[in-house]
Ligand binder design. Structure first.
Ligand code: C5P
Length: 308
């Protein structure tokens, strides 16, 4: 094997800028409408050549059970033209099972890193299919940036959001076993909606690249607070700290506020760290640009064009 230098790639977290559930599908998944945005909180994956497939993690919890990086590495090896391996070290900073998409981002970054390490191109369609098989949020992270997500979350249309969008993330130290599947199961027909607010938000972003904070609804709010009423104290603390517009990402439990400038975001975050201590992790982040330029992203099943 030729000596390929070790390198590292960042894997960003995401937020859902609103999330509506349209209904349950025949295949057991839910049809959703959401807007994803990649933000400046990162895991880091280090790639080194190896004849084996080895994944280490800085987080002992991830060492104990098979994680999405291991699955993505095995999938990548199947897609590669010749038998190759990699040693991947995952430095975890994104809170686990928090609604921030860390595991999905790590999986997408594994695909990108393997392509670079093995000097190969899996092909766009194949990559997208493999990503969707690993998890509904994985395809978004192949491009990143901002996108309108439909279907299971894997049908994507690129959007542009100004990077002058600041968020204060509050991730409570709370574990819900098998969180995503559990909260999807908790949804009832009363939580379903038609996706109108997400459509309006898409139009707002297309018009001006800015967020309409009045449209940040999330279908998981009711089931999440029914399971964890104590979360109200976190939201109250955010309000007391002067958080401007508070919303829930994914199936939670992370909440975020949208802030107009970084100074204000820092003030809110400092106040919250003081009040919440080790009950929650508090981070200030901003929207980040996509890793693939807009024009190079061929959106599969793009539902946004002339049909609407
Ligand atoms: O696709 P992913 O592996 O992230 O999904 C985890 C679980 O969440 C699925 O097994 C399913 O129960 C639920 N899910 C859903 N509808 C979606 C996405 C996920 O019901 N759109």
């Amino acid at each position: 094997m030729s000596a390929q230098a070790t390198f590292a790639l960042p894997a960003p977290a995401k937020l859902n800028l609103g999330l509506e559930i349209l209904g349950k599908r025949g295949d057991g998944y839910h049809e959703l409408s959401t807007i994803f945005v990649a933000v400046s909180l990162f895991d880091t994956l280090e790639f080194a050549p190896s004849t084996a497939t080895i994944v280490h993690s800085s987080n002992p919890e991830l060492e104990r059970k098979p994680n999405l990086v291991q699955k993505a590495l095995l999938t990548a090896r199947r897609l590669a033209p010749s038998k190759v391996g990699a040693r991947i070290t995952l430095h975890k900073r994104i809170p686990l099972a928090a609604g921030l998409g860390g595991a999905s981002s790590d999986a997408a970054t594994t695909f990108m890193g393997c392509q670079r390490l093995w000097n190969t191109d899996f092909g766009f369609e194949q990559l997208l299919k493999a990503a969707a098989e690993l998890g509904s949020d994985v395809p978004f992270f192949l491009r990143g940036g901002c996108a309108f997500g439909q279907g299971r979350g894997e049908l994507l249309k690129p959007l542009t959001i100004t990077t002058e969008t600041w968020f204060v993330l509050v991730s409570p130290n709370i574990v819900i076993q098998d969180k995503t599947a559990t909260l999807f199961r908790d949804l009832t027909a009363a939580d379903y909606s038609r996706g109108d607010r997400i459509s309006q938000q898409v139009r707002s972003l297309e018009r001006s690249g800015t967020l309409d904070t009045s449209l940040l609804v999330n279908a998981f709010t009711r089931p999440l607070f029914e399971r964890l009423p104590a979360l109200e104290t976190i939201v109250d603390a955010m309000k007391d700290a002067g958080a401007a517009h508070i919303a829930l990402t994914g199936a939670g439990p992370t909440h975020y506020s949208v802030e107009i400038d970084p100074e204000r975001a820092s003030r809110v975050a400092d106040h919250l760290r003081g009040v919440l201590g080790n009950r929650a992790r508090v981070e200030v982040v901003q929207a980040i640009p996509p890793r693939v330029p807009h024009e190079n992203w061929r959106a599969p099943n793009d539902t946004s064009s002339s049909k609407k």
